[in-house]
Write a protein that binds this ligand. Sequence first.
Ligand code: PLP
Length: 413
Amino acid sequence: MTTDVTNQLRDRIRSAFPALAGGTVFLENAGGSQVPAVVADRVRDYMVSSYVQLGAGYPLSHKATAVVDEAHDFVRLLFNGSDGEVILGPSTSALLQMLANSYAKVLTPGDEIVVAQIGHEANVGPWTKLAALGIEIKWWKMDTDDFTSPLGRLDELLSERTALVAFPHVSNLLGEIMDVAGATEMAHRAGARVVVDGVAYAPHRALDVAAWEVDFYAYSTYKVYGPHMAAMWASRGALAELQGPNHFFIPDTELPYKFELGGACHEACAGVLGLRDYLAMLAGVGESCALDRAAVERAFEIMAACELPLQARLVAYLASRPDVRIIGPAHGGPSRVGTVSFVHESKTSREITEVVDGSGIAIRHGHMYAYHLCEALGRDVDDGVVRVSLVHYNTIEEIDRLIEVLDRALGTV
Ligand SMILES: Cc1ncc(COP(=O)(O)O)c(C=O)c1O
């Protein structure tokens, strides 16, 4: 990637996020990211100026309805999914559970679902619970030596009974970017639909459901510099096979509302539009509403260019320590994101984060809901791994500060 990021742009990025001035080094971004001031401002503006219900005839209601519609349109642009539906909901966990509940009504005993072992429980549990209905669950296991989930293993699991394949674009522990288009093509050849958890990918690179040809793709807006909400893109063909959970008098054709039980959080929709302002700033587009697909891609290229040197420094440090095992690819580069997990040969993950927690640097340890992945590691699942997760607003100085603290926490080798 050759995108140059000037120091001036780096300063603008940092100053767009008020929380970054507070002294905490945020390296737990895979848990949730900080928001630019424009996101918080949009939430506040909406709540103090047009906090009314949608769909009534008075002007303020028109205004509120337009905000929610605009949020769907903007998120559709983020997905690059002009020919599908954007369903907004409280969380990715809730959206995927809702999707599984819809599938529960159309699947029949003997149908099969392939579930990636490296998945976050949000895209595992809703499917494995369907075993109670006679659905057969097949595990797409990772290779515990190199932490990959080879496509060859997926291929062996597919059959004419496979209805769905559920997998993450990036594991929230491993950081490696999976071949979504390859896995999707393989699943489609078997006649199966795919449900991709893009939560750990979306903060780092531009989404492109059109290129990947997926059926369902979900991510959490609160991890992509926005308010606490989530979005799922669904192809119209896949959605047409299901019945949404919304009230009986709402027609099946009323999309996405049929799948948005209770509607989306209105103020969060307003906040999501603040991300459009922020991406426009990054991409150098004057007017936020002029943000087009090329500008979205440009904004995410800038984010990736900011992240790559940071993840390279962190991974190189961890790889240089013989007492540490990186859980995931032990290299930097564009095939991974800046979510880097590791374990130590003698110290528990808790012992390590306890030292780091006291130094003003936010990281985390545990299984982080990638429960089956941690089980496969053969360690204490609750102690799990230490995870450092950086995004574009972090700095090389912050990584160096972390490395200094880790030197203390891990001891000299
Ligand atoms: C990879 C991944 N998938 C799904 C989720 C669940 O997202 P939500 O909190 O929106 O339910 C998370 C949350 O950490 C995650 O990291």
